[in-house]
Design a protein around this ligand. Structure first.
Ligand code: 5GP
Ligand code: 5GP
Ligand code: 5GP
Length: 208
């Protein structure tokens, strides 16, 4: 309405399991800073619309500037590591995430605020601990999708979405976990709409 330009409706906060990025046909490369911890890493904080569509590349003038997040850099290397090949120091991944997604929420979060918001959210939800305390461990075994979802739901307090990919043998596995966040980037909410995509009813949780 008048004077209330709504750029987007909510964020997906997406974390990736490194074991599932790496054991695929595409494979992976460890960052130049070393093998990441065997834990979920941040993929991104993605502005989204309630109808499932999403904006992207919203401001080609607001380029990523590593100097703006110099104080966050060591946390980012630990918590938002890049696994793409060839090996990188993270700047390429963070540039992509800021320019494709972050620029679409620049009216609420500047570059520093955007990356900091993701780091704070990750601290609030310890996904690996939620799973392991329910007996769901990254041991290459298969677990039921509904048990995985219940364990996360009970600890986090909101319904997660699980994205699966397939390993080199074609097994469906736990790849990414989506949670929804309000437009401030600070509060988890129930997802207004879930992503699409199929998992098996039993999915593998590979080691890393
Ligand atoms: P994929 O095709 O691998 O699911 O997604 C490729 C890229 O598209 C993602 O890394 C992300 O940048 C973007 N993307 C996919 N699905 C969504 C979505 O539901 N919301 C937003 N904001 N971006 C998405
Ligand atoms: P999206 O478009 O899905 O937000 O981001 C995916 C892009 O980031 C791809 O171009 C991919 O090559 C790059 N990228 C760099 N490091 C990673 C990583 O660790 N995981 C994922 N999913 N993409 C990465
Ligand atoms: P329901 O929401 O009724 O349990 O499931 C409806 C369909 O969506 C089922 O095919 C179920 O396997 C699938 N589904 C439910 N939750 C998820 C999820 O988090 N990720 C994926 N990929 N599929 C899901």
């Amino acid at each position: 309405g008048l004077c209330v330009s709504q750029d987007f409706d909510f964020f997906y906060f997406v974390q990736q399991w490194p074991g599932s990025y790496c054991d695929t046909k595409q494979s992976c490369c460890y960052p130049t800073t070393g093998k990441p911890a065997a834990d979920f890493g941040i993929h991104g904080l993605w502005p989204n619309y309630r109808d499932g569509k999403y904006p992207q590349n919203c401001d080609s003038k607001n380029l990523f500037d590593p100097d703006k997040i110099a104080d966050l850099r060591s946390s980012m290397q630990k918590k938002w590591p890049t696994l793409a090949c060839p090996s990188g120091n993270g700047v390429g991944f963070w540039t992509h995430e800021w320019e494709k997604h972050g620029t679409c929420s620049e009216s609420v979060l500047d570059q520093h605020g955007y990356f900091q918001a993701a780091l704070v959210l990750q601290k609030q939800v310890n996904l690996l601990q939620a799973l392991t305390s329910a007996g769901i461990n990254p041991d290459g075994r298969s677990y039921s999708l509904s048990n995985i979802k219940s364990a996360l739901q009970e600890t986090v307090g909101f319904t997660p979405w699980i994205e699966c990919n397939t390993d080199t043998s074609g097994n469906s596995q736990l790849y990414q976990i989506y949670l929804c966040v309000d437009t401030t980037g600070k509060n988890l909410i129930e997802c207004p709409v879930f992503p699409k995509g199929k998992c098996g009813s039993q999915i593998e949780f590979p080691s890393f």
